[in-house]
Design a protein around this ligand. Structure first.
Ligand SMILES: Nc1ncnc2c1ncn2[C@@H]1O[C@H](COP(=O)(O)OP(=O)(O)O)[C@@H](O)[C@H]1O
Ligand SMILES: [Mg+2]
Length: 251
């Protein structure tokens, strides 16, 4: 688990104009499942990428466990890679699996990149597959041989194999039916506990996220319009954007 903070981050639009993020601040504390919610185009993916370290903000600070990853004096500034101890699952998780490579090899790849020998990397795979509920028989298949839900579990295994302290997920449940969505979100809650991983999850639909998140940050047009404990935001939304999300979810 790890505390992650973004303070007053601004992300300029390439070529100028209204910034994509305008003075966004988010505080994610270790033992939480933090939802970043808002309409399409609100800036959710951009915030997640800044928190993960893959997108340097134009200004402001991003810190993990009290250390700046972006901000004055940070060596990583501008490198644009995922920060140590963090796994980022981009939107459409199955796309992270190379169609020409067996699931087993896709899952261990992030370990190989760190220089761990293949044999040693393979020794971790059964446990990781178990943790994400992926049947071991599926490891020998190619991505085309998996269902949508199975492919998401495989992508999750690929994210979890490095034993990250934080898992950042961009709309992981979109594109699958509601029962599979709830199953996947339930798995993410389990992972947060069993693997002691801090979870940040982006979504535009509160109907499935409301029961999962402990904290919510609501974005609208590149700004934070509301944040707090999920229960409070859902029961008494203050901002127009939060009210609309709660109404649309029918909760
Ligand atoms: N690289 C980029 N170039 C131009 N516009 C961008 C870029 N990235 C994001 N945007 C714009 O910024 C806004 C927020 O994008 P995004 O963070 O993807 O929103 P969300 O994930 O909430 O849908 C959108 O209007 C999007 O079109
Ligand atoms: Mg997005």
């Amino acid at each position: 688990m790890i505390d992650m903070t973004a303070s007053d981050i601004i992300v300029e639009m390439p070529g100028g104009g209204k910034p994509i993020l305008n003075q966004v601040s988010i505080e994610v504390t270790g033992e939480t499942i933090h939802g970043i919610v808002g309409m399409s185009g609100a800036g959710k993916t951009t915030v997640l990428r800044c928190l993960a370290g893959t997108l340097p903000p134009s200004s402001g600070l991003v810190s993990h466990a009290g250390n700046n990853i972006y901000g004055p004096g940070t060596a990583a500034f501008g490198k644009g890679r995922v920060a140590d101890d963090v796994a980022l699952l981009p939107q459409n998780p199955p796309a992270t699996l190379d169609p020409r490579v067996r699931i087993r090899d896709s899952i261990i790849e992030p370990l190989l990149v760190t220089g761990i020998p293949r044999d040693e990397a393979l020794s971790h795979i059964e446990e990781t597959a178990f943790v994400v509920g992926l049947h071991p028989a599926l490891l020998d298949r190619y991505p085309s041989g998996l269902s949508g839900g199975e492919a998401r579990r495989a992508a999750l295994a690929r994210a979890m194999i490095i034993e990250p302290k934080a898992l950042l997920l961009d709309e992981p449940q979109s594109g699958i039916d509601l029962p599979s969505q709830l199953e996947l979100l339930d798995l993410i809650v389990q992972l947060s506990k069993s693997e002691k991983v801090t979870v940040v999850i982006v979504g535009h639909d509160l109907s499935s996220l409301s029961s999962v998140c402990t904290d919510l940050t609501v974005l609208d047009e590149g700004k934070v319009v509301e944040s707090g404990p999920a229960e409070r935001v859902i029961s008494t939304p203050v901002s127009k954007a939060a009210r609309e999300l709660v109404e649309a979810a029918g909760i």
